[in-house]
Design a protein around this ligand. Sequence first.
Ligand code: ZN
Length: 163
Amino acid sequence: MEREDDITYIHRAIELARQGESSGGAPIGCVIVLDHRIIGEGHNSVDQLHDPTAHAEIVAIRRAGATLHRSRFKGATLYSTLQPCGMCSMAAIWAGISRIVYGAERDQVHQMYFEDRHLQTIDYINDAFADDLSLTGGVLGEACAGLYYRPTDNPPGDEQANK
Ligand SMILES: [Zn+2]
């Protein structure tokens, strides 16, 4: 089910993803929303910051913490252009985020965007103690998938972060 708000915020995440790409990073954008207000947003900044944890979701989570002056964001929704990886799914769980919404599914994009072969975001969420976290994928899925190398593409080796 696509809610109107979901589409608005995924559009914002796509804008951020494009900013990330034009500054030399991977085109992944993330927005965190609480009570109809953006409390944190960001794009993948791994290469710019020389920080392997600076995924878009982690950047946005850090900004949300700075905005709220707390480390738990109950009731917040995390929007990402791409299905969050294991690290970011786990960070969302630790942040107490209530809902994760993403655009492209991992089977729509090249495997270089993920760290493992089989584990899915839903596996982390289903196995977490958080029983009030929901997941919605495929919002503007094709538009988001268009940001990425596709499964059968052959990206340059130096762009392949998981090699
Ligand atoms: Zn991640």
